[in-house]
Design a protein around this ligand. Structure first.
Ligand code: THU
Length: 139
């Protein structure tokens, strides 16, 4: 299958309600004493498994980790592979968009065709991070 912008889309079926629920569940594990915002992310991987992450803040504010960062670690720690579909939610279930840095992290491990749950519907990374810099730009 090919998406609207020509990227390859995995044939893995996406259960978005399951993914959103996993993100809310992961957010309950957040360590966020400074912002008070619990963030959880969940991704369907190309082998069908689901990995999750939560934000982990720090007294040195700038070194806090976003949920997507810890999820990237989980991807690698639990068998590698690629992100196929990603949902980010607050602990209260509100949809949250990945920040700019996290879009880059998701792009690295999911590519242009990775699907993201957005306020405008499910969109490929090619729409969420247009004209991205990526591995293909390195010599
Ligand atoms: N946060 C995430 O976990 N992911 C994002 O994409 C945006 C922001 C976290 C970082 C910080 O712990 C809290 O949200 C408030 O910025």
């Amino acid at each position: 299958m090919v998406d609207a912008v020509g990227g390859a889309v995995s044939d893995v079926e996406v259960d978005w309600e399951l993914l959103r629920g996993k993100a809310v569940e992961a957010a309950q594990s957040a360590y966020c004493p400074y912002s008070g915002l619990q963030v959880g992310s969940a991704a369907l991987c190309d082998d069908g498994r689901i990995v999750v992450g939560c934000n982990v803040e720090n007294a040195a504010y700038g070194v806090g980790l976003c949920a997507e960062c810890t999820m990237a670690g989980q991807l690698r720690l639990t068998g590698g592979g690629r992100f196929v579909a990603v949902a980010c939610r607050s602990g209260l279930g509100e949809l949250l968009m990945p920040c700019g840095r996290c879009r880059q992290i998701l792009y690295e491990l999911g590519g242009a065709s990775c699907l993201v749950d957005t306020p405008s519907g499910v969109l490929p990374m090619s729409r969420v991070l247009p004209d991205a810099f990526g591995p293909e730009d390195l010599p």
